[in-house]
Design a protein around this ligand. Structure first.
Ligand code: 5GP
Length: 113
């Protein structure tokens, strides 16, 4: 799997505003926030996009969602947040290291743009 800017962020070769870290995951503030709270939650394992995940990643994927809950709690937004995952360039994915966007702190519309 190819290295992306997110691998460098995990390795702290590139600085980021880290919100949470454990053995499997890393969460940091988006450099170009689209909401008052905009945090990226990523696996340390460099899975390019969700559709590259395997059955063996099942526990990791569940873990990332529980990390989202934890981060929302830490940020005081557990009552209302949006969790977004863009899978593939056609869906708006720019960094090929799968990630959830946790967005909160403003109202959201549906359907999303
Ligand atoms: P995507 O479009 O792939 O779903 O989202 C990639 C996100 O990564 C974007 O929201 C973008 O602002 C964020 N991003 C890209 N490069 C960096 C960086 O170097 N640092 C941080 N903190 N966020 C980044």
């Amino acid at each position: 799997m190819s290295e992306t800017i997110f691998s460098k962020i995990i390795n702290k070769e590139i600085p980021s505003d880290v919100v949470y870290e454990d053995d499997l995951s890393f969460a940091f503030r988006d450099i170009n926030p689209q909401a008052p709270v905009h945090i990226l939650i990523i696996p340390k394992k460099p899975i390019p996009q969700l559709t590259d995940a395997a059955i063996s990643d099942q526990e990791l994927l569940g873990h990332l969602m529980l990390v989202a809950n934890k981060v929302a709690e830490m940020e005081g937004v557990v009552d209302a947040f949006r969790l977004v995952l863009n899978n593939g360039a056609g869906a708006g994915q720019e960094v090929m290291h799968m990630h959830f966007h946790l967005l909160a702190g403003r109202s959201f519309t549906w359907p999303p743009g």
